[in-house]
Design a protein around this ligand. Structure first.
Ligand code: AR6
Length: 185
């Protein structure tokens, strides 16, 4: 668990289940069809109920690196931001830029919709095979950069599945923002 203050905003790392978060929005690690799948995607549709899928059908898909929004159905979160991370091949097929875009476009959508708090899973690090430490670096760097210029987003939480994932994100955060000189939230 880590909590750091970045200007007017808070960045949090927690271990847990994305479907249980009380942020205004949660982010789904979807695929380009937006029609559901396993992992985070399956868990969100199961917990949120059929309304989310119905809205996704109307949207009609989402290219890799972009993001779309639906309501949260029965979830605690009012909104679900669906984004599509890259399938990891060898790191030489634009994966890093696409993963950064997935985070950035999700954050932009939150700003546009007046959503102040959102929770991300670790996009692309399950079925899509992105190495955890590399993905954590991109996720955290992109969120920190965004929050510098966007005080309207007051809370970004990364919800990591399992203690190994949490540790990977904590290690990267400590590299990017060394604890000495950091302002505790
Ligand atoms: N809460 C938080 N994190 C979770 C949860 C959960 N409930 N369940 C799994 N994780 P994945 P991807 C972690 O596979 O790699 C789907 O079929 C998991 O340990 O959900 O972007 C979609 O439809 C991993 O670290 O997403 C796509 O086809 C991370 O979340 C494809 O998988 C992401 O794992 C997307 O693959």
């Amino acid at each position: 668990m880590r909590k750091v203050q970045l200007g007017a905003s808070v960045l949090e790392l927690v271990e847990g289940d994305i479907t249980q978060q009380d942020t205004e929005a949660i982010v789904n690690a979807a695929n380009t069809s937006l029609l559901g799948g396993g992992g985070v995607d399956g868990a969100i549709h199961r917990a949120g109920g059929p309304q989310i899928l119905e809205e996704c059908r109307k949207i009609g898909g989402c290219p890799t690196g972009e993001a779309r929004i639906t309501t949260g159905g029965r979830l605690r979160a009012r909104w679900v931001i669906h984004t599509v991370g890259p399938v990891y091949r060898d790191g030489k097929h634009g994966e890093a830029e696409l993963l950064a875009s997935a985070y950035r476009n999700s954050l932009r959508l939150a700003s546009e919709q007046g959503i102040q708090s959102l929770a991300f899973p670790s996009i692309s690090t399950g079925a899509y095979g992105y190495p955890m430490a590399d993905a954590a670096r991109i996720a955290l760097r992109t969120a920190i950069e965004y929050l510098k210029d966007h005080p309207e987003v007051t809370r970004v939480r990364f919800v990591l599945f399992g203690s190994a994932a949490l540790r990977a994100y904590e290690t990267v955060l400590d590299e990017l923002l060394p604890p000495e000189g950091r302002r505790p939230a």
